[in-house]
Design a protein around this ligand. Structure first.
Ligand code: EPZ
Length: 452
């Protein structure tokens, strides 16, 4: 195997219309692919740049649509943004002119709500649109709003907008979440770093992306510490400065490529991973009997390689097992669809329990078209009976992770599939076609006109 190659970094959106992936499946995968920087970290790191007038430089930023959307939202507020080299973004929020995040930004991406904490705490006010729901279920922001109120903010909700004010400064407080929330924890931290006094956040989300944000904040001069696995303490400071930070690897993207090797078959080395972030997923591969090992990363001594030697259909099946998603360190809800797809290659019945989001099993109804035997018991529970011989199909992508997973099903099927709604996948997977093509897959895209 050679080096894992870099790919073009900024995503180029088609001029108009939608895109579909055209996939001719059935070829085994072989080669190396390098994990991108983590979407769910990079977005929060970009939001953190709004906390200072100094320059924040991020490296290893993934070339995905969500990053472009947040960059555009920040630029509209007056943040200066430069992207001088692949993976590098420089943000300087010296002249923030608008403290307003419109519906257009929030509707495109829920993570725009991450601007609530930094703008409120630095400027004392912000008007921000409710991001509303999502295809994976109702996704309220009440916990973010309650956290800001605990810090002394006054927040009204009118016509779809939160009008937030912090007379004087926010004041450190104990924030007790009734349930674990990743972005809620992060928004609370982004507000508390500039508050007066000490803030305690509990239960704090334990996802490694939260710790990546802590690292950047501390490099900017904040005082944030995870004092217990589920407790974060923040000592507020008067101001923050610039910093440079490299985004941690994307454990969900890495897991998706690993699942691809398991489902489609072949020998894939996913470089640039941090195995300690992927324990629950690696343990699942073990239970399923998917051959895999951790090797040294030939291109980066600080990282590891996850090598997966998958069985192509006809080369043997995996063992059925039951999976349940839960907050970190449990099995991530974001890896549930690709992991669930491996279950379809197991001989027997497996069950999937989704405990985080209410409609995140919807992708399984799409999977039926590819020949899988699926029983959706309710919005939280499903059974999959394999081994499945995937067949080519036409499908509509409902959301990001579902879309990537249906691509894998199509890649495992003999014949040509068409998957509509490619932009969902581009939100979170950089250069997905090029990278699969480099592994020997036949994936292209075609533009589709939208009916007027
Ligand atoms: C983050 O969303 C991720 N998004 C999601 O990634 C991920 O699925 C999720 O964490 C869980 O790991 C980003 O980081 C940008 P939560 P987040 O708050 O923070 C409920 C992907 O595919 N809740 O931890 O919004 C909520 O409905 C995605 O990359 C409230 O009730 O998730 C859910 O049931 C999509 N009120 C639970 O908490 C609130 O105010 C946990 O959600 C907030 C959350």
């Amino acid at each position: 195997m050679g080096e894992s190659k870099p790919f073009s970094w900024e995503y180029r959106q088609p001029a108009k219309g939608r895109e579909a992936f055209r996939i001719r499946g059935g070829a085994k995968l072989s080669g190396r692919v390098r994990a991108s920087g983590a979407k769910n970290s990079a977005l929060k790191l970009m939001a953190a740049a709004a906390l200072t007038g100094d320059r924040v430089t991020l490296e290893n930023v993934p070339g995905i649509l969500d990053i472009d959307v947040l960059a555009e939202t920040l630029a509209d507020l007056g943040v200066e943004i430069a992207r001088p080299a692949p993976g590098r973004i420089e943000l300087q929020a010296a002249d923030v002119e608008w403290l307003f995040v419109p519906l257009e930004a929030a509707a495109k991406m829920r993570a725009s709500f991450m601007l609530l904490g930094p703008l409120l705490s630095r400027f004392g006010r912000v008007i921000i649109s409710n991001p509303g729901g999502d295809r994976i279920g109702r996704r309220p922001v009440n916990l973010h709003v309650d956290a800001m109120r605990a810090l002394g903010a006054e927040i009204d909700y009118r016509n779809g907008y939160y009008f937030a004010k912090a007379p004087g400064r926010l004041i450190g407080a104990e924030i007790v979440f009734p349930q674990v929330t990743v972005m809620g924890t992060e928004n609370a931290m982004l507000a508390a770093v500039l508050a007066r006094g000490t803030t305690i956040i509990r239960p704090a989300a334990q996802e490694p992306e939260v710790d990546d944000l802590i690292k950047l904040l501390n490099a900017m001069g904040a005082q944030v510490e995870r004092v217990k696995p589920d407790v974060i303490e923040v000592q507020g400071v008067a101001s923050l400065g610039g910093a440079t930070h490299a985004v941690m690897p994307d454990r969900i993207e890495a897991g998706t490529f690993a699942a691809a090797a398991a489902v489609i078959g072949g020998d894939v080395a996913v470089d640039g991973v941090e195995p300690s972030h992927m324990r629950a997923f690696l343990e699942l591969l073990e239970r399923l009997g998917v051959e895999h090992r951790i090797e040294d990363d030939p291109g980066d001594p600080a990282r590891k390689t996850l090598r997966v030697i998958g069985r192509a259909p006809g080369e043997g099946d995996y063992r059925p097992t039951d999976i349940e998603t839960s907050p970190y360190p449990g099995l991530p809800t974001d890896i549930q669809p690709p992991a669930g797809l491996i279950l379809a290659r197991a001989a027997g019945t497996s069950s999937i329990r989704e405990t985080i989001f209410e409609d995140r099993l919807e992708w399984l109804s799409g999977l039926r078209a590819f020949g899988a035997q699926v029983e959706i018991v309710n919005s939280r529970e499903a059974r999959v009976t394999g081994p499945t011989t995937f067949v080519a199909a036409e499908a509509e992508i409902p959301d990001l992770r579902a879309g990537a997973t249906l691509m894998l099903a199509a890649l495992a099927a003999q014949g040509e599939s068409r998957i509509h709604g490619a932009h969902h996948v581009r939100r979170g997977y950089a250069a997905i076609e090029e990278r699969f093509r480099a592994l020997g897959a036949d994936v292209t895209h075609e533009s589709e006109e939208v009916a007027p």
